[in-house]
Design a protein around this ligand. Structure first.
Ligand code: IPD
Ligand code: CA
Ligand code: CA
Ligand code: CA
Length: 272
């Protein structure tokens, strides 16, 4: 596999984000509250599928947007690219300058490589299974921090029907125990920041595989852990909750969640 060629395609896709000129008629609503797609999300996914198909013709594609060539989760058994053309679409719409291209590669339902590119600051996160994680070609390895050592981050979206009752209780507790809390608006980038040691944990109650596929292998190869909030394995064929963290911080957040469940009279509501 020519991973350098994949990386170059991801970088070119990122430049399309940075050079975009967005008018109001290029934005449309998607299903759910405050959920949008722009003509750039679709065009960049189309570009990625066409270019990646050119170098890996045997691979299937599980992308976020409705475009030609998107086989979605149906063909995860062989080689499959999991693609988020713009992670952080709302940020992109408002020129918040914190969005990325995320491309993961799975084989037989296991992640084997990941590429996440932030064009605004020219940061390329990469990982290949067994070969470590890199930021712009430099190896990254996260320290095994606890919450009190650093920044705790989280994400949520109204359209994902998030369990905000539980989420905001956990965020309150993370706020009390960490040095600061942050919510960036791009799950893939926020997870890569954990990999790079910039924050100690990232938590979100519901994400889709294309949001976290690439970042999941980058976190693991950087020495971190990524699981669902109860510690079970993440899924590549359907949405799940995500806890990506340094191993110690992950344990603390899981304990915190158990403690919140056991101290409430309505545990069912929190587990919803
Ligand atoms: C969203 C971003 C956001 C997260 C949402 C995702 P999108 O992806 O990652 O940070 O909180 O849950 O849906 O739609 O901008 O690709
Ligand atoms: Ca996304
Ligand atoms: Ca997206
Ligand atoms: Ca989206």
């Amino acid at each position: 596999m020519d991973y350098k060629a994949v990386e170059e395609i991801v970088r070119r896709a990122g430049r399309m984000i940075k050079e975009a000129y967005l008018s109001s008629d290029s934005v449309q609503h998607k299903e759910g509250d405050a959920n949008f797609v722009t003509s750039y999300d679709v065009a960049i996914q189309k570009f990625l599928i066409d270019e990646l198909h050119g170098i890996v013709p045997e691979a299937a594609f599980f992308g976020e947007e409705e475009t030609e060539g998107n086989t979605r989760e149906k063909e995860l058994d062989g080689l499959c690219f999991l693609i988020d053309p713009i992670d952080g679409t709302t940020n992109f719409m408002f020129r918040y300058n914190y969005s990325c291209v995320s491309v993961g590669l799975a084989y037989a339902r296991k992640m084997i490589a990941g590429f996440v590119y932030n064009p605004y600051v020219d940061e390329m996160f990469t990982a290949v299974r067994g070969e470590g994680a890199y930021l712009n070609g430099n190896r990254i390895h996260m320290p095994d921090s606890t919450l009190e050592d650093g920044i705790a981050s989280f994400g949520c979206a109204r359209y994902n029907d998030p369990n905000t009752d539980l989420l905001f209780r956990v965020v309150q507790e993370m706020f009390n125990r960490s040095l600061a809390v942050r919510c960036g608006g791009s799950a893939a980038l926020d997870l890569c920041r954990v990999a790079a040691g910039a924050s100690v944990v990232y938590l979100e109650m519901k994400l889709n595989p294309y949001d976290y596929a690439a970042a999941s292998i980058i976190i693991e190869e950087a020495g971190g852990v990524i699981t669902q909030i109860d510690g079970s394995k993440i899924t590549l064929d359907q949405p799940c909750s995500i806890l990506g963290a340094a191993p110690k911080a992950a344990g603390e957040v899981r304990d915190m969640i158990e403690c919140i469940y056991s101290s409430t009279d309505d545990e069912e509501k929190l587990r919803r």
